[in-house]
Design a binder for this molecule. Structure first.
Ligand SMILES: [Fe+2]
Length: 607
C-alpha cells in the first residue's frame, strides 16, 4: 500500500512516500526549485517520490496533507477579529492565497497530481503529523512525545504518548502562546530572518551573557512549574501586524531591532544567550513534567524548536528521560513524512514493529544520481575529473586531500531529508586545523565567521572527544568537548570578548569547538552510510583522528546542492579545493575557467 504525505503552503513544502509502513522516499521542494524554504505545492518532490517508488499517481492508495486548513483558517479569522481593526493589512495580505489555494486543498492536490488520482485524501492536524514523524520511525515500542513549534492550526506545542501503532496527544499549548514564535521574535529583533535565521541566533548565543534572561521571564513569558507558559502579548505584534515585535518590546530591551547586515554587537550576543537560556529552561521543565506524567524512559521530539540542538543536548544530559530520538526533519517538511506514517498506522490501523537499526534510514531518503548520470552532467559542465572504479581507492585519495588541509565537497548517494547535511551533500575538512573554520565560513560559504561547524565522528568513538555516550546520527545534539581535550586559555585569551573569542584555540579540534567548548555532533555508523564512513575511516588511518568537519554543501542562503551540476557550480565559484561526485574526483587547479561567479553569489538572500 502506497501512501503519499504532503506539506505545503506555509514554508518548507515537502513530499514523502511510505509503502507498507516503510519510508521509501522523502524530499523537500526547495532542493529541486533552488528557492530556499519554497512553500508552493511540492510538485517536484512528489514526482521524485513516485519515481522512487516506481508508481503513477493513480497507483497511490492514499494522499495525506499535514494539517487541517479549515481549523487554521478559523484561527486566522478569530485572531483577526480579536484585534480588529488592527491587523487588517496583514489579514488582506494573507487572504488571496487562502481563497485561491489553501481552502481548496483537494482541488490543489488533484491538480498537483496531474488529475491522475481519485483515491481518498486525509488530513492530520499539524501536531499529529509532527508527533507521528517523531515516534513512528523511532526505535521505541513506547515513548513520550513532545512537539515544540511556532504554530500549527491552534496548537503551538503538545505532548502525548506513542505506544505500538498509536500516537495520542494529551495536552497542548495554544496560539498565540508559542515558544517557537518567542524564539522567532528574538530572531527578528536581532536582525535575522524569521523561520530561517533561528540557527544563527543559537550559534551566536555562546558569545554572549544571558543578562536579559530575568527580564524575559519577568515580562515576556510566564513559565509554570509544568513547563506550560503564557506570553504577555502586549510586547508582540505577530497577531496583528507584519513584524514580530513592537515598540513596547523595544522599550523593554532598550532599543529598536537590529538592522539586517548591521554590525553584531555584544548586546545582540547577550540577547541571543538570554533567549537561548530561557528556551532551554522551558524545554527542560516541560520534559520533566511529561516524564512525571508518563513515567516513560524514552522521549521523541519534533517541531521546529526540536532543531534547537543545544536544548536537545541539555534534555539528553539533564532530563529524567534515558533515551532521546528526534525527527531529523523536525520542521514542517517532516510533517509530510509524519502525515503519511500517521495514515498507515493510525488511520489504517496497521501493526508496527519498531526498527532497531533505523526506521529513518539515516535520513538518506532523497534523490541520488547514478555514476553515469553524474558523469554526463560533469561532462556537460566542461569538468575535468578522474573516475575511480574502487571505492577504497577513492576514499584513500579523498583522505589524502583532507589530511593535507584541502577542503572537499562531497556529493554521493541519496540526499538527506531534513536541514542537516549528513555526509552525502557535505563540505568536509580537517577539524584539527586552526584556520579551517574561518576559511570555510568566509571563502567557501560566504557567511559570518562566528558560525561554528559541526564534527562527524566515527560511531563508538564520540565519548573520546565529547561528553556524549548516546549516538547522534542526525547531528541534532550539542555536547561539550571533553575536559581533557580542552586547551587552557591564557589570561589574554580569557579576556577576549564577542567574536574576538574565535581567536583562542580551545581544543585539538579547533574547527568544530565552539567558543563555549561545545560541538554539534554527528555520529557516523558504517550501516547508515558505508561511503561516508569509508572516507572517515581512511582519514583516521592516515591521521589518527576519527573526526571530520562536516558542513552542508551550499553557500549562504542557497538550498543544499541538488544535482551534480549544482555541486560543480558551487565548487567552481567558491574556494573549495576538491570535489567528489559519486566515483569522480575533481581538483580545482585542473578545471577550465567558468564565468558567472558574481551572479551566482548574488542570487541567494541572507537568512
Ligand atoms: Fe510545524
Amino acid at each position: 500500500m502506497n501512501i503519499l504525505g504532503i506539506s505545503a503552503f506555509y514554508h518548507d513544502s515537502a513530499a514523502a512516500l511510505v509503502r507498507d509502513g516503510e519510508i521509501i522516499a522523502a524530499a523537500q521542494e526547495e532542493r529541486f526549485t533552488r528557492i530556499k524554504h519554497d512553500e508552493r505545492f511540492p510538485e517536484n518532490a512528489v514526482r521524485y517520490c513516485l519515481e522512487e517508488a516506481g508508481i503513477k499517481p493513480s497507483e497511490l492508495d492514499a494522499v495525506v496533507f499535514y494539517e487541517k486548513p479549515l481549523l487554521k483558517f478559523e484561527r486566522l479569522l478569530e485572531t483577526y477579529l480579536a484585534y480588529a481593526p488592527r491587523g487588517l493589512f496583514s489579514f488582506f495580505r494573507a487572504m488571496p492565497q487562502w481563497l485561491q489555494q489553501k481552502l481548496h486543498l483537494p482541488r490543489e492536490i488533484d491538480k498537483g497530481l496531474g488529475g491522475d488520482y481519485s483515491g481518498p485524501i486525509y488530513f492530520t492536524t499539524h501536531h499529529e503529523a509532527h508527533a507521528a514523524s517523531a515516534f513512528f520511525p523511532s526505535p521505541f515500542d513506547d515513548a513520550a512525545i513532545i512537539t515544540l513549534d511556532g504554530v500549527g492550526e491552534w496548537t503551538t506545542s503538545s505532548w502525548g504518548v506513542g505506544r505500538g501503532n498509536r500516537v495520542e496527544l494529551r495536552a497542548e499549548i495554544r496560539f498565540p502562546h508559542s515558544l517557537g514564535l518567542l524564539y522567532s521574535a528574538f530572531t527578528y529583533y536581532c536582525g535575522f530572518r524569521v523561520n530561517s535565521g533561528e540557527y544563527k541566533l543559537m550559534g551566536l548565543a555562546p558569545y554572549g551573557e544571558p543578562r536579559f534572561a530575568d527580564l524575559i521571564r519577568e515580562h515576556l513569558i510566564d513559565v509554570r512549574e509544568d513547563g506550560s507558559f503564557r506570553l504577555d502579548l502586549r510586547y508582540f505584534n505577530y497577531c496583528q501586524g507584519l513584524t514580530m515585535t513592537n515598540k513596547r518590546f523595544d522599550r523593554l530591551l532598550g532599543g529598536p531591532p537590529r538592522k539586517t547586515d548591521g554590525p553584531l554587537t555584544q548586546r545582540d550576543m547577550d540577547l541571543a544567550a538570554s533567549i537561548q537560556l530561557v528556551t532551554e529552561q522551558v524545554m527542560l521543565k516541560m520534559a520533566e513534567h511529561v516524564h512525571r506524567e508518563t513515567g516513560m524512559e524514552n522521549l521523541c521530539l519534533a517541531g521546529g524548536v526540536a532543531l534547537n540542538c543545544v536544548g536537545n543536548g541539555r534534555l539528553l544530559r539533564e532530563s529524567s528521560f534515558k533515551h532521546l530520538w528526534i525527527q531529523p526533519a523536525a520542521g514542517d517538511a517532516g510533517g509530510a513524512l509524519g502525515a503519511a506514517l500517521w495514515c498507515w498506522y493510525q488511520q489504517m490501523d496497521q501493526p508496527r514493529k519498531p526498527n532497531p537499526a533505523d526506521g529513518q534510514k539515516g535520513s538518506y531518503l532523497g534523490p541520488e544520481f547514478t555514476a553515469r548520470e553524474s558523469q554526463r552532467q560533469l561532462d556537460a559542465s566542461g569538468a575535468v575529473y578522474e573516475s575511480f572504479s574502487s571505492e577504497d581507492e577513492l576514499a584513500d585519495a579523498v583522505a589524502d586531500e583532507l589530511a593535507s588541509g584541502k577542503v572537499v565537497g562531497h556529493f554521493a548517494g541519496r540526499a538527506e531529508f531534513g536541514p542537516r547535511a549528513l555526509g552525502h551533500r557535505s563540505i568536509l575538512g580537517d577539524p584539527r586545523r586552526r584556520d579551517m573554520q574561518t576559511r570555510m565560513n568566509v571563502a567557501i560559504k560566504f557567511r559570518e565567521s562566528f558560525r561554528p561547524f559541526a564534527p562527524s565522528v566515527m560511531d563508538g568513538r564520540q565519548s573520546e572527544y565529547f561528553d556524549l555516550d548516546a549516538e547522534s546520527p542526525y547531528m541534532l545534539i550539542v555536547a561539550p568537548v571533553r575536559d581533557e581535550r580542552r586547551r587552557r586559555l591564557t589570561p589574554a585569551e580569557e579576556a577576549l570578548s564577542g567574536v574576538e573569542k574565535l581567536k583562542a584555540q580551545r581544543s585539538g579540534l579547533p574547527a568544530v569547538t565552539h567558543v563555549d567548548y561545545s560541538a554539534r555532533v554527528q555520529t557516523l555508523s558504517q550501516e547508515r552510510s558505508p561511503r561516508f564512513h569509508r572516507i572517515l575511516r581512511a582519514f583516521e588511518q592516515k591521521t589518527g583522528c576519527p573526526v571530520l568537519v562536516n558542513t552542508s554543501f551550499n553557500i549562504r542562503g542557497e538550498p543544499i546542492v541538488h544535482t551534480p551540476a549544482d555541486a560543480y557550480r558551487s565548487f567552481m565559484f567558491t574556494d573549495m579545493d576538491v570535489l567528489v561526485v559519486e566515483n569522480c574526483l575533481l581538483r580545482k587547479g585542473a578545471q577550465p575557467a567558468m564565468a558567472g561567479a558574481a551572479e551566482y553569489k548574488q542570487q541567494f538572500k541572507a537568512d
